[in-house]
Design a protein around this ligand. Sequence first.
Ligand SMILES: *Cc1c(COP(=O)(O)O)cnc(C)c1O
Length: 382
Amino acid sequence: MIQKPIPYGKQNITQADIDAVVSVLQSDYLTQGPKIAEFENAFAQYIGCKYSVAVANGTAALHLCTLALDVKKGHKVITTPITFSASANCVRYCDGEVLFADIDEESFLIDFEQIENILKTDPRVKGIIPVDFAGNAVNLEKLREIANQYNCWIIEDSCHSPGGYFIDSKGKKQNCGNGNFADLAIFSFHPVKHVATGEGGMITTNNKALYQKLLMLRTHGITKDASLMTKNEGGWYMEMQTLGYNYRMPDMLCALGITQLSRAAEGLQKRKQIAARYDMAFKDNAHIILPNYTEGHAFHLYVIKVENRLGLYDFLKAHQIYAQVHYIPVHTMPYYQNLGYKKGDFPKAEKYYEQCLSIPMFPSLSIEQQNYVIEKINEFYK
Ligand SMILES: *Cc1c(COP(=O)(O)O)cnc(C)c1O
């Protein structure tokens, strides 16, 4: 029997994960305890950055980044329409204006030429939020060069690509989120992501000043660090220096993150194997366009472009295979339409959306399940 339903993405929870959570439940700290720094350090090591800050979820991570970079009314920020809406919403949380740049048809990533066209004409752009869509790493070395010419910051939305990388001009691997080019990068630990804790997120950076700002913003704008306080009235003393939030990640979830992270590299290998099997299975199918990718792809998603996408989606669903569409272009959402965007504004993103389908991709997808997915897709196009 093949285990069904088969979703497009799914967490993988082991006994070690369960034990780690239970042991925190039996400890002194449910939140603000030692598991937070332990998870942050392990994550920084995995990614290869200096600092990391665990937060409540990926969206909170984005919000803290736009706060730390002082986004405000009058500021404009560029992102891609092919992303989860949070990549754009974080600009709106701070009253900034979102500008979209259309995607590159081959990589589905934000098109640098489109970014430059905006930057050349609009001096109010303060920053760029590229997304390592599907696990495909944005070339941040090139984007940094462009951003520097126009004095822009970069927040890398790496939710799809922990363990992913691009090859820089010197032939060196540059891990997504490593902080060598972007000012800040963010990750999510939602159950469909590589590291799953239910809710949870991480900000990574090599910038110490931003790091310290993020620590304060994560916990109400309060510091207990004596070296940062204006005075000290005793052991209890702490200072609220800026308006922050409670965006903390509790210790149970950090403990789960640690055990999940210890299997992340293995999970990534599994994702690559699954992608290679799909590539083989569909390479001669004239109805399917396979994804283009390079060696550093982290395969959060395996996106195919197909004819009659709705028909295939419904056919798979009838067979308990839950494919998904990533993404409905953000600028076509009613909220952004009310801000003045309209259908037709970003034709490449819209054309991509007409055809894209994310088929099941997660490390615990069995060979039998994958064969079933392949068989049903081929059957549909017969
Ligand atoms: C999942 C995701 C987010 C948001 O993360 P949450 O933890 O769900 O808040 C943001 N951007 C991208 C690209 C994502 O995939």
